[in-house]
Design a protein around this ligand. Structure first.
Ligand code: ARG
Ligand code: GLU
Length: 672
């Protein structure tokens, strides 16, 4: 193709795939750029209502929950809602044989029954600010990427310490946007006295379990309630019985008046990581090498767990949380691969890169970038595979990791440890490592030990039959030391080069789009900082002849009800309420709404995020995505990508009718 034809082709594919408004995780302080589009789609508030540095705004009602999830204030007395799966560890922490809160649920019936959690914190964003100039002070083009990284780290540390000096509980963090073309500082107020207020039984909060995980139609009551406590001056303070409920600058009013397909929705939270601007080669590697290998290794692990869990209830309880952890990414990777294939992403990106390369000819900043990527990636791929096997195979048997520690968590470890599972895992995964990893990257210790024992099986006997902590420790240390000293430094250095190239390529993609008049606005990849995604409530067509509605109801819970299937065993209380039709004010069309889906662009970390209506009132709590749309971390398909939210009315119904904790509703503002 000559240049003209390439550009014409490019413009035609861009016209076919313009950035549909549903795609994007936008930076709150720049939301003005999108407000016209948002208002055109039904939003009724202003940019200042969402994010303001001068007065209170909706962002003040949102927290980063324990660093991994999102949560939000739903009363002026510090009441917080997040997902059940986000509060899972805390619920588990307070559980014992006598009080199994995971199984039975927990409800504080008054304030002094709320349960403090030693390791839980929530962070309110005070403000965010562009600090690119300060972060890059002293930078010169001649610096290597490593020198640049050091400069950025040093300058960032200075910025952070200057800010953190200013107040109680103030924490700052500098984060790169667009691969370090820009830097923002995020300033938080961190509260550490956060108490468990309520959680439904897992048969509601985790209803559907791994069977329904990542899937629609969904019927999970995935929520839990906490309360943030502060000192007498409303400032952060470590736990003390003298602390009082925190009075937030802002909390969400709840819209319980009902929602419809097509309604505007906004998700405001902390998405973790996306890779929307990577090259065709990177996508090819994910979809065709890395994901398949990791899936294979996890399929083996899950198979081993399954066969033992089926045989014994005790083992099932021991391994249910571990099984869920392993299965979560395992299932997501499969959906992601399928989605990438269906979207023809590798091919589309390849065509785009061809056009980019033609455009970049003669532009010193961008000329040859695509070729350099190819070179670096081809060096990095073999090493990346070794990294995947290090984490997914060598480090997967739990006994090894435990043996390498100081043993202080011994009671905790053995409580949920079943040797036959771990030994079988060791044997299966080490054989995979032995088979799949090129000899030159294989740990010499591993080779020597296996040779000496005679086989992986015999080595497993030596470690496991003798419960040999010292041998397990030696194995873990030796294989990790080899990886950390030989593979990782080379991989890190290549990734540094690749990142530097992406910094240029990101700028190049923006210039390219600008010059071609595509009008594309680039949002930065997610990086665990506060973002806004907007869209609407909408169903989707997952397959030929199938169309999903966007709402699920209590009817679906009862359809799934089966006491013989652990994931679908509806609690008796809910069955009784259903039979008596005692739905109270939460009834709609003779049933109770449970979950809904929408077109908001979300990812891991958005769990617990508020889903808001056009007026900024709370209509749901985000907790998942649909399986057919999980490629949205890499490529977003407006036809298939849907986030899954708990309908807030189901949470209120459970609190009111199932838990008999209706007193909690009194502190909320519920619009009906
Ligand atoms: N898929 C959701 C997320 O990525 C929920 C995970 C927890 N639930 C589960 N059944 N494993 O966090
Ligand atoms: N469950 C995910 C979380 O914990 C959200 C699902 C997703 O990846 O979108 O954040």
């Amino acid at each position: 193709m000559n240049i003209k034809r390439v550009l014409l082709f490019l413009i035609s594919i861009m016209a076919l795939h313009p950035l549909r408004a549903d795609e994007g995780m936008w930076v709150p302080s720049y939301i003005q750029q999108k407000i016209e589009d948002m208002r055109g789609k039904g939003f009724r508030l202003s940019a200042e209502d969402l994010y303001s540095i001068n007065s209170s705004s909706l962002k003040d009602a949102i927290v980063h929950f324990n660093g991994g999830c999102t949560g939000e204030m739903i009363s002026d007395e510090g009441l917080l809602i997040t997902n059940h799966h986000c509060g899972y560890d805390q619920i588990q922490y307070h559980s014992s044989v006598e009080h199994d809160y995971l199984k039975d649920g927990f409800w504080a019936m008054k304030r002094d029954e709320e349960l403090p959690n030693p390791d839980l914190y929530v962070a309110f964003l005070e403000y965010m600010e562009d600090v690119t100039k300060k972060v890059l002070a002293g930078y010169s083009e001649s610096m290597s990427e490593e020198q640049r990284e050091k400069l950025v780290a040093d300058n960032s540390r200075r910025i952070v310490s200057r800010i953190e000096r200013k107040g109680k509980g103030i924490k700052a963090r500098v984060a790169p946007l667009y691969y370090g073309n820009q830097y923002f500082v995020y300033v938080y107020k961190v509260f550490t006295d956060v108490r468990l207020v309520g959680a439904p039984p897992s048969s509601i909060g985790k209803f559907g379990g791994d069977t329904d995980n990542w899937m629609w139609p969904r019927h999970t009551g995935d929520f839990s309630l906490f309360r943030v406590y502060a000192d007498r001056n409303n400032e952060p303070a470590p736990y003390s019985p003298d602390n009082v409920p925190y009075r937030p600058k802002r909390f969400f009013k709840i819209n319980a008046s009902g929602i419809s397909e097509g309604d505007f929705t906004l998700v405001y939270g902390y998405p973790g990581r996306t890779s929307e601007y990577v090259t065709s080669q990177a996508v090819d590697y994910i979809a065709n090498v890395s994901n398949p290998k990791k899936i294979k290794l996890r399929t083996i692990r899950l198979g081993i767990m399954d066969s033992q869990m089926e045989r014994s209830d005790a083992v099932r309880i021991q391994y249910s949380s571990k099984h869920a952890d392993v299965a979560n990414s395992w299932k997501k990777w499969q959906g992601e691969m399928k989605g990438i294939l269906k979207m023809n992403t590798v091919e589309n990106k390849r065509n785009y890169e061809k056009a980019f390369a033609v455009w970049a000819k003669g532009k010193p900043e961008y000329d040859g970038i695509i070729g350099k990527f190819a070179d670096l990636y081809s060096q990095a791929e073999a090493l990346s595979l070794v990294r995947d096997y290090q984490y997914e195979a060598l480090n997967a048997p739990e006994f090894l990791f435990f043996a390498a520690g100081d043993g202080s968590d011994s009671a905790l470890f053995y409580k949920n440890y079943y040797k036959p599972i771990d030994k079988a895992t060791f044997i299966a995964l080490m054989n995979e490592y032995d088979k799949d990893i090129d000899d030159s990257y294989k740990s010499p210790y591993f080779k020597e030990k296996v040779a000496k024992a005679g086989s992986v099986e015999k080595l497993a006997d030596e470690i496991y039959d003798n419960d040999s902590l010292s041998l397990a420790r030696e194995f873990y240390m030796a294989t990790n030391t080899f990886y950390n000293s030989t593979v990782k430094p080379r991989l890190d250095s290549l990734n540094r080069e690749i990142n530097m190239l992406y910094r240029k390529y990101m700028r190049g993609q923006m210039d390219f789009a600008r010059e071609n008049g595509t009008g594309k606005v680039f949002y930065p990849d997610a990086n665990s900082t506060l973002r806004i995604a907007y869209g609407r409530i909408e169903g989707y067509a997952p397959a030929d002849a199938v169309r999903y509605k966007p709402f699920s109801t209590l009817e679906g819970i009862m359809e799934k009800d089966n006491p013989a299937i652990f994931d679908y065993n509806v609690p008796q209380k809910l069955r009784e309420i259903y039979a008596s039709r005692d739905f109270g004010r939460w009834e709609e069309n003779g049933t109770v709404p449970v979950c809904f889906i929408a077109t908001n662009h979300t990812t891991g970390g958005n769990s617990g995020s508020p889903v808001l209506d056009a007026d900024g009132n709370l209509i749901g709590v985000n907790f998942d995505r649909v399986w057919e749309g999980t490629m949205s971390d890499i490529v977003f398909d407006p036809d298939l990508c849907r986030n899954i939210a708990l309908d807030i009315r189901y949470a209120l119904f459970v609190i009111d009718k199932v838990a008999d904790a209706g007193y909690l509703l009194n502190e909320m503002v519920i619009l009906e």
